[in-house]
Design a protein around this ligand. Structure first.
Ligand code: SF4
Length: 299
């Protein structure tokens, strides 16, 4: 097939990332050859909004306790939410439990390899389906997370940071970069994610250590625009997210229903905010009101 200078350049840059990954990849338990597809799936869900250092110990606990979807499905949803610990966004624990149940009911407890079948499972979006197909089954897939979007955006398109939402054009471009060979496609997926996580980081990219430095369009054009980019503000103290987290921590630690309103550990929270946070946790299916009279809740 005839090639173009751009296609040659793309292939060279992709190859540089693959070679870099071969020597620089972190040794993570879900990357080892003995990790099951279920282990890969759990890691991908945990890693979506939480950094590796926090995920690893919890992932190890989960795998020891629930080595298969059937093991998790046999326990209660509350056990999964409790074991989520402080990973944040606990709806993910609920969805993982639901996913385990669906795997048992629809797939005899195994994790499917096909992206479309994975997508039909609870809590599995396009990213996770592609990641599981690639990393658990070695299939060719377009794995496009924030890190990969940032690397492609900078090195190929000269943009300091990716837009808030993925576009069809962006996805098509990312797909066009995926090597035809499945094992190289998987190495590119893992390598570009790793490069974004370790080198081409959001605020302070370490271009002098980057295998793409000689080809990077953003660097060649002066590496500007990062200072003006709005910072992702992560409000925390006093926010609903923080209050929800505190309620979850209280209920996780308790083994009997707890009267949340008026509880000493939450007395600084304004009652209206406490009520609305409780309500939203109930709506999300993370918390149950077990005794209306006492206002007692449990996971
Ligand atoms: S050279 Fe710098 S900006 Fe470009 S891809 Fe590498 S780390 Fe990112």
């Amino acid at each position: 097939m005839p090639t173009t200078p751009q296609a040659d350049r793309d292939a060279r840059m992709v190859g540089e990332v693959i070679d870099w990954f071969a020597t620089e990849a972190r040794d993570l338990p879900w990357r080892r050859s003995d990790c099951s597809p279920w282990g890969v799936l759990v890691s991908e869900v945990m890693l979506q909004q939480t950094p590796v250092v926090r995920v690893e110990p919890v992932w190890r606990e989960w795998m020891a306790r629930w080595p298969t979807p059937a093991a998790l499905a046999a326990d209660e949803q509350a056990d999964a939410v409790r074991a989520w610990g402080r990973l944040g966004y606990p709806r993910r624990a609920k969805r993982l439990w639901e996913c385990a149940v669906a795997l048992v009911e629809r797939h005899r407890g195994s994790v499917p390899a096909d992206e479309g079948t994975l997508l039909a499972l609870p809590g599995i979006g396009a990213y996770t389906a592609a990641a599981v197909a690639a990393f658990a089954y070695g299939r060719r897939a377009t794995v496009l997370d924030t890190n990969v979007r940032r690397v492609i955006g900078r090195a190929w398109e000269g943009r300091p940071l990716p837009a808030l939402h993925q576009t069809v054009g962006e996805r098509e471009h990312a797909s066009s970069l995926v090597p035809d060979d499945a094992s190289r496609a998987v190495a590119w997926a893992a390598g570009s994610m790793e490069l974004g996580a370790l080198v081409c980081t959001a605020r302070v990219p370490r271009c002098d250590e980057c295998p793409l430095a000689a080809d990077c369009r953003w660097l060649a054009e002066g590496a500007t625009g990062l200072e003006q980019a709005p910072r992702k503000v992560q409000p925390w103290h006093g926010t609903d997210r923080q209050v929800r987290g505190r309620i979850m921590a209280l209920l996780r630690a308790a083994h009997v229903p707890v009267t949340v309103t008026g509880h000493a550990s939450l007395e600084d929270v304004e009652p209206g905010q406490l009520d609305s946070c409780l309500e939203s946790l109930v709506e999300d299916g993370l918390v149950r009101l077990v005794d209306e009279e006492r206002g007692a809740y449990a996971l």
